[in-house]
Every structure is written in C-alpha cells, then in structure tokens.
Write a new protein. Structure first.
Length: 373
C-alpha cells in the first residue's frame, strides 16, 4: 500500500509540476529515490521555440479600398486591393541578419542580407534587393505615408516608384550594395548605394552603375534634415517604337543620363507632423523639378488626424508639363498601426492616350489599412 501511495503521489506531482513549468525557459525532471523520496532535477536547456522567436520576426500589412475619379468628362470608380505585403526578418548572429519581403498582389519586393562591421552602428554593409536611399519619402513604407495616393509626384517619377515609362514600376527598389551607418548618438546618418539602376528582379540593362548618396542630420528630437543625390545612366525599357509622354526623344533601348538631387526636412511632433522636400532630375536633355509639403494634424486625439498636402512637379520644363496636386482628408487610427482614411485629391493635369492634358482631375479615395508586427 505504501508503495502504491508513493507512486500515485509521484505521478500527481509530475503532472502539476510539468503544467506549471510550461512556457518557462527551464523545466524540471522528477524521480523517486531508493528511500521513496521525490527528487527534482533542473534541466538547463533553452526551448527551441524560444530561440526561434528571438531570432525570427514576422511583419505584414494590407491596404485596400475604393477610388472614384472624374477627368476629361469621364467618371471611373472601383474597389481595389492595392497591396498585401508580408516580410520576415531573421537574426543569424548579433551582427548578421537577412530579410525577405513579398507583395502577394505582385512580386518579391526585397531580399537582402546585412552585416554590422563595427561594434557600434557606424558602419554596416547590405547586399541584395532593397529600397534605394533617394529622397525623404522614397525609403518610407506605404503603411507610414499619410496620403492614400502615397508618394509625391516628384518622388514617384524620380525614384522609380511608378510613373516613369522609361524605367517602369520598380517601387523605388533595385539590386545592389549599400554602406550605411550613424554616429553621434544617431544625430548623423549616411548611406551610399551602388545599384544596377534597372529596378526589381531585373538584369542590368547596361554596364553602368548608379551611385546614390544620402546624408541625414537630426539637430532636435523629431526633426530630420535630409539631402540625397544620384549619378547614373538609365536604360529605356520601352519597345515597339513606344515613347514616354514626358521624354519622347529617348529611343527604345537607348542609354541616357539619369541624375537626381533632393533636399528637405521631416518633423514629427505631438502637435503636427510635417514633411517637405525639393526634388530635381535630369533625364537625357530633359530637366524636371518640383516640391511638396505634407502634414498630419491631430484633432483632439492622436487617433484622429487631418491630412493636407500640396505637391508641384514639372515633368519636363521644355514642354510645359507642370502639375499641381492638392490633397485633403481624415485618417483614424483604430488600433495601433491600423487605420481608416478618406481623402479628396485634385490635379490640374491628366494623361490620356499617351497625351499630357491640362484639365481638372478630381478624385475621392477611401482606404483601410491593417498591419501586424
């Protein structure tokens, strides 16, 4: 009987002990000694899933909604799912990491590895496909930007995000090598990119490489002053005699000069978020330039913000291709990085049948964003 009681007691203690130990880093091994005593032994092993969760981080967000536009006497409206983006970060060592990002409404966006060379953050190297460092807005996530229309017209055109027909839609990303770092407790940051210049998931179209440099200075908390520039050679991807409405003199398959310059500032305070930038570009013989200012103002609570933006960009100064754009609307953050947005967009130009037309272009845009980290 005593032997049965001891055995029963040992089993019960084992069940309760194992239950209590779940989720803890160390577990306990239970045994019965020769004299009938229950003994506990610590197992010094870190659980494999804890190791995995410490080294691998998952992120994702989705944006979709409804757009209405009126231009040139034509009305259009549609529901849309703009992007569903998922990415995983893996920490291989304290200095070495890698990242993979995919857009499930499109293609693989980023895949690169990063290595921290110095003990501090002064020098890092990155190799793979990633966002280039041109402009303030270019490197920012779509889930961070205030406008549903996303980037300013100048950033869209000059950084290879979407609107340049000679380069195509490249989302501001490219294949290459980057050196970057920061000093003085993060007040100074630099970035130097050597890129193919052809965009995402593409072989280089010529033997030239694009050089992109970026400098940042943070004199005050929340204020970031940024300048960037690019020297490179583009390669026209258009075929079958097609031309760019903005730069029709560059022939199919032709290499051409593609230089860029930007300067601006970004301020993020409790009373207002404000970003403004000047941009200029040289593509072959064509010169383009513009500027924008975008703000987000809390309306009594950080969850509800008034969005306002003015954007000017001249796609080709020799062809009278100046465009003005204004945006006004609201956004409500209903949970962490999840929000609802509604905005009115006005432009004084639009493209139709590969023609640049001066005329009113009105739009109403609604969007919901959900994100997890």
């Amino acid at each position: 009987m005593n032997s049965l009681v001891k055995t029963t007691l040992a089993v019960m203690l084992a069940i309760f002990s194992s239950t209590a130990a779940m989720g803890q880093q160390n577990s306990q091994e239970i045994s019965i000694s020769k004299n009938g005593r229950v003994e506990f032994k610590e197992i010094k092993e870190k659980k494999w899933f804890q190791e995995l969760s410490d080294r691998i981080k998952l992120h994702g967000y989705a944006q979709g909604g409804y757009n209405y536009s009126h231009q040139g006497g034509t009305n259009e409206n549609a529901f849309n799912l703009k992007r569903v983006i998922f990415w995983v970060e893996a920490k291989i060592t304290d200095r070495w990491s890698c990242l993979f990002m995919h857009n499930f409404t499109g293609f693989a966006l980023e895949y690169y590895t990063t290595y921290r060379i110095t003990r501090n953050k002064a020098l890092n190297v990155r190799l793979g496909q990633f966002k280039n460092g041109l402009s303030i807005e270019g490197p920012l996530s779509c889930s961070y930007l205030e406008a549903i229309d996303l980037y300013s017209e100048g950033v869209n055109y000059l950084t290879g995000c979407s609107s340049d027909p000679l380069l195509g839609t490249q989302t501001g990303r490219d294949l290459g090598l980057s050196l970057f770092g920061e000093t003085n407790n993060g007040k100074f940051r630099y970035e130097l990119n050597v890129m193919n210049g052809q965009g995402v998931n593409k072989k280089d179209g010529n033997n030239f490489k694009d050089i992109i440099a970026r400098l940042e200075y943070r004199p005050l908390e929340g204020l970031n002053i940024v300048t960037s520039g690019q020297i490179g050679r583009g390669h026209n991807i258009l075929t079958d005699g097609k031309t760019s409405v903005y730069n029709p003199t560059i022939l199919n398959g032709q290499d051409y000069k593609r230089n860029r310059l930007t300067a601006g500032a970004d301020y993020r305070g409790k009373a207002i978020k404000l970003r403004s930038e000047y941009l200029a570009g040289w593509d072959g013989d064509a010169h383009s330039w513009g500027a924008y200012v975008t703000s987000a103002i809390p309306l009594g609570t950080p969850k509800l913000e008034l969005i306002a933006s003015y954007d000017f960009f001249n796609y080709n100064t020799d062809r009278n291709m100046a465009q003005h754009k204004a945006i006004g609307g609201l956004q409500y953050w209903f949970y962490k990085r999840c929000r609802m947005q509604v905005q009115y967009v006005y432009k004084n130009t639009f493209i139709k049948n590969n023609q640049f037309i001066h005329g009113a272009n009105h739009g109403i845009q609604c969007q919901m964003q959900v994100r997890f980290n």
